[in-house]
Design a protein around this ligand. Structure first.
Ligand code: GLN
Length: 496
């Protein structure tokens, strides 16, 4: 039999159910791999901020939070549950009781929340014990995981390159075989883009399909949790246990139907729209070649490829980088040294304590976004910036509605380039923001989108994005599955 970590999560579920593998054996195998990465320090990929069993650091904790760490249930206790104890890695920003939840920030160093995010709690009930918390850009702001207070994560395909971001720790861990599957969050591309750069599958669900309760907020009208997995089947399996209305999140909705295991072999009759605005200018030649080859593959499976227009897509990045910082500046006001995490020592009075805590606790990108956000919301500029960005957002949603009157799904490259070198874009925030060019429009419209690996360019993975109308996850997963089977991408090269 293959090593436990060579199985996909769905195969592991089956093996445990059939009795050929025990949940404890699987957990131990992954735990040893994850702990080794953590112990390797700079010699490892730096995928994790915490691995199960580690004593959480108590730095920055407040009186009243000093509860006993939750005893992580033995994996064998999950026998008979749907997911049978296949462990899960979870992005740092999900609140997990008894484990540090720091959103990649110094300001939350050592913070242990008193409760667990709904989606993590749901998955645990379905049978996924918590394996580890994963590294990310601070407060999910970034595209390379270089904005983490815990140092960058490296791309397992090439350690001199970034894994993408902000869910880079989750993506690299799954690609490297250090976790069977992982949770990420996507505000403007943070699941899809790291999935593309690491050669795995990442799905951002319809806005509202998954509860945001217990996710440390970045931009609440955009944030969604979703799966990062080795293949499309695993993504469907994990998503199926995440969706649903949660009374703790007023923006969550009941999913109108069951998430099904994808099974399509052909794409006969499926109309795939290629938006001109997102599949040409600004995208690397090697990425466009792999994209064109994947489109030819889709045609061979029976799909009809049609050009479509998204006339306002060119303005999506500008609108996003007004709306997301505006919401962030409001969400991050709560980190003031009073209630959570870090508090600056020897402050002279209250305002001084707030100022010093925020000065010491936030990194440069977070400060940049808070300043941008407060500026665009200020009374003299609100209409000119925030109000206008909201109008652009509406136009973009209308563009998608118009496109979906003619085609079933849209298809684009996920990211404009393959994984770039560490440090290559850190000095130029605008070039970093361009990573989100193809993913941000779907986020603004609240529609679901998946990234699947579709080939290599310069020996590095290229991602293909499929997007559809709200709640079309089953159709997206089916099309992605059929393409995945015919493309035959081999991600095993990245395993450590
Ligand atoms: N890269 C984008 C940003 O920095 C998206 C991040 C995300 O989706 N969380 O805002």
């Amino acid at each position: 039999m293959s090593e436990p970590h060579e199985l996909t999560a769905a195969q592991a579920v089956e093996a445990i159910a059939a009795g050929s593998l025990s949940a404890a054996e699987l957990f131990d195998a992954y735990h040893a791999r994850a702990a080794a990465d953590r112990a390797a320090g700079e010699g490892g990929l730096n995928c994790f901020t915490w691995v199960a069993g580690e004593a959480p650091s108590r730095a920055g904790m407040r009186v009243g939070e000093s509860r006993r760490p939750e005893s992580f249930r033995k994996p064998d206790a999950f026998a008979g549950t749907a997911l049978h104890g296949v462990p899960l890695a979870v992005k740092d920003l999900f609140c997990t009781e008894g484990a540090p939840s720091q959103s990649g920030s110094r300001i939350l160093a050592g913070y242990q929340p008193p409760y667990t995010a709904t989606v993590v709690a749901r998955l645990r009930r379905a049978g996924t014990p918590l394996l580890a918390k994963t590294n990310q850009d601070e407060f999910a702001m970034g595209s390379s995981t270089e904005n983490s207070a815990f140092g960058p994560t490296l791309n397992p395909w090439d350690r001199e390159r970034v894994p993408g971001g902000s869910s880079g720790g989750s993506a690299a861990a799954v690609a490297a075989g250090l976790a069977p599957w992982a949770l990420g969050t996507d505000t403007g591309g943070s699941i899809r883009q790291p999935a593309a750069l690491c050669g795995i599958v990442g799905l951002k669900p319809t806005y509202g399909a998954v509860s945001r309760y217990g996710m440390i907020a970045f931009a609440s009208s955009l944030d969604q949790a979703g799966p990062l997995t080795r293949d499309v089947t695993d993504a469907a399996l994990l998503l199926g246990h995440m969706v649903g209305r949660d009374p703790c999140d007023a923006t969550s909705l009941g999913f109108p139907h069951e998430i099904l295991a994808p099974s399509a072999e052909r794409l006969d009759g499926l109309r795939l729209g290629v938006p001109e605005e997102l599949s040409g200018e600004g995208i690397e030649a090697g990425v466009l070649d792999a994209f064109a080859a994947a489109l030819a593959g889709a045609e061979a499976l029976g799909a009809r490829i049609e050009p479509v227009r998204l006339p306002h897509a060119a303005h999506a990045l500008s609108a996003y980088y007004v709306i997301a910082p505006a919401e962030a500046s409001s969400n991050l006001a709560r980190f003031d040294g009073v209630r959570y995490g870090l508090r600056a020592a020897d402050a002279e009075e209250l305002i001084d304590m707030y100022t010093r805590t925020r000065h010491d606790g936030f990194g440069a990108e977070v400060k940049r976004r808070i300043m941008l956000g407060t500026y665009v919301l200020s009374s003299g500029y609100y209409d000119a910036y925030y109000g206008r960005a909201q109008r652009v957002r509406t136009k973009i949603a209308e563009d998608f509605r118009a496109a979906f009157a003619h085609v079933d799904l849209l298809v684009t490259p996920t990211a404009p380039s393959v994984a770039f070198r560490l440090g290559e874009k850190t000095a130029d925030p605008l070039s970093m923001y361009l990573n989100d060019f193809c993913t941000v429009p779907m986020s603004l419209a609240g529609i679901p989108a998946i990234s699947i690996p579709c080939g290599l360019s310069e020996g590095l993975p290229v991602g293909l994005q499929l997007a559809g109308p709200a709640f079309s996850e089953n159709r997206i997963l089916d099309a992605a599955y059929a393409l995945e089977q015919s493309l035959g991408f081999d991600g095993a090269h990245a395993r450590v």
